[in-house]
Design a protein around this ligand. Structure first.
Ligand code: AMP
Length: 489
């Protein structure tokens, strides 16, 4: 992660202490170049069009000022963020929830293949920001379950990908539901003419920001290939297994072009006791979410995926990306390999190539400004030696990753109360009871959620245990309730 070297600190933006404290606990101290450029403009409510890659810190560049600007008292959404994929919507929601945790920002995610009703219920509660994919957001708008009257900020994230996935019309339709008097922020890794047209049509006198950022060509990624000329699927998968064993990475993504191939590769790796998971668009959303979460946590080492995992997804320390076959276009190659060599670390990208793909190879070399070296196929002796190290690694527990928000989480305990709306519990009942506990104040209470039969409340500032103990005997709305630590989803 490139940090601006002009010594700007987040404190310099005069942000609220709840936001600064959350950034501090998340280990974010100095803004990155895109954040230096974007944050002041958003705070001044200017429209912005920013060309920045994922990995530049662009999510926080809008999440930080927007968390600052939302009015906590307002119950209806004030910010809408549109992302092209569900995985990205979840990731953005997570980042907003972390940055806005101590301000108690609520940001439901709205994406497809997930219960509409559940989202509708979320939207009936306090929702400061909504993050979603265009299709489902439009669904909510058409069915009248998402009130837009107070939306003062719209973020279109990964606009070029929105265009590639054919979502631009939906984005335009969504905009027709939003107040005209709003701030619009558009982020895009590249600026195809459709994105420029969108910006010209809908943004109001925008500030143009272009972050060169770390060029992929300057990143520490070694590009290699293996020839698999004329191989049948079985041979090709067997070669893939051998390649993986020889390189024996701690954490790796294997990209294939179709769901069926992902399934075949995954089955073969699973049978050979690789520590692996898989991700493609044909899976149920809850499975996709779980797989991505577990991979980010480092619970398994190999993710076999289609390009749903190529864009914007931020997983720490991926040391190897393998193209089981080349993607249909060069831009996708760049996005795939952009999953490795992040945050100043080194990485390797390996492609499996047919001879007829040599011309594509040359084009990629030109684009990357480096040669893509051919590796020799591993022989029996190499494989035998690799097998031992590989088995040893598969038997090791992978190192846990993604503890970025551990310090923030340590300050917070989420309690679950086994009663909710049906018992006529309202937020004010919880606040009243908790504030009556010695040493507790309103600022120690985080996000409250009241469902039909259960409620949850976050206790901040490390005071969770005090509240948990007290509520074992203290009545909430005239009755002692069952209270326990909420299970993490
Ligand atoms: P993005 O470009 O939004 O995909 O962000 C890439 C990664 O950079 C995420 O894991 C962020 O948590 C991390 N990040 C964002 N801002 C900063 C910062 N100011 N300092 C260090 N890391 C950051």
């Amino acid at each position: 992660m490139e940090i601006a070297n002009n010594k700007i600190k987040f404190e310099d933006y005069m942000l609220h202490k709840d936001i600064l404290q959350a950034l501090h606990l998340l280990g974010l101290h100095s803004p990155t170049p895109v954040q230096c450029e974007v944050i002041p403009h958003v705070l001044q409510k200017h429209d912005v069009i920013a060309q920045a890659q994922t990995g530049s810190g662009k999510t926080a560049s809008y999440a930080i000022p927007l968390c600052e600007l939302v009015d906590w008292e307002e119950n209806k959404p004030q910010v809408m963020i549109l992302t092209p994929t569900r995985e990205l919507a979840i990731q953005v929601q997570q980042e907003i929830t972390d940055i806005g945790k101590l301000k108690r920002i609520k940001a439901p995610a709205l994406y497809g293949k997930q219960s509409f009703k559940g989202q509708e219920k979320d939207l009936k509660q306090k929702s400061h920001m909504v993050v979603g994919t265009p299709g489902r957001v439009l669904d909510h708008l058409e069915r009248g379950t998402l009130f837009t009257g107070h939306i003062g900020y719209l973020v279109i994230d990964e606009a070029d990908e929105m265009f590639h996935m054919g979502f631009i019309e939906q984005v335009e339709e969504i905009m027709s539901y939003l107040p005209k008097d709003r701030v619009t922020l558009l982020f895009s890794a590249t600026m195809p003419k459709e994105v420029v047209r969108l910006a010209e049509q809908y943004l109001n006198n925008p500030v143009h920001i272009k972050i060169q950022g770390e060029e992929l060509s300057s990143r520490n990624i070694a590009h290699k290939f293996y020839s698999c000329d004329g191989m049948h699927t079985d041979e090709r998968i067997a070669l893939l297994q051998n390649i993986l064993k020889v390189h024996n990475p701690d954490s790796c993504i294997i990209f294939a072009n179709t769901r069926a191939e992902v399934e075949d590769i995954y089955d073969a790796l699973w049978d050979d006791e690789f520590s692996c998971g898989r991700l493609h668009g044909g899976m149920e959303q809850w499975e996709r979410t779980e797989v991505m979460r577990d991979f980010k946590k480092g619970l398994f080492r190999y993710l076999v995926a289609t390009d749903v995992a190529a864009r914007g997804i931020d997983v720490e320390n991926i040391s190897l990306v393998v193209n089981y076959e080349l993607p249909g276009d060069r831009e996708t190659y760049i996005h795939r390999i952009g999953r490795t060599g992040r945050a100043g670390q080194s990485g390797m990208a390996i492609s499996m190539l047919e001879r007829y793909e040599q011309s594509e190879l040359k084009a990629l070399e030109k684009l990357l400004e480096q040669t893509i070296e051919e590796l020799t196929l591993p022989d029996e002796a190499v494989l035998l030696e690799a097998e031992e190290a590989f088995r040893a690694k598969m038997n090791e527990e992978p190192e846990e990753k993604g503890n970025r928000n551990a310090a923030l989480k340590a300050q917070i305990m989420k309690l679950q109360i086994d009663d909710g709306k049906k018992a006529k519990i309202r937020p004010v009942d919880l606040v009243g009871t908790i504030c009556a506990i010695p040493g507790l104040e309103a600022k120690d209470i985080g996000v409250i959620q009241i469902l039909d039969w259960t409620s949850t409340v976050e206790i901040l500032n490390g005071k969770g245990q005090i509240v948990l103990d007290a509520l074992q005997t203290k009545p909430i709305k005239a009755k002692v309730r069952k209270v326990r630590i909420a299970k993490e989803k």
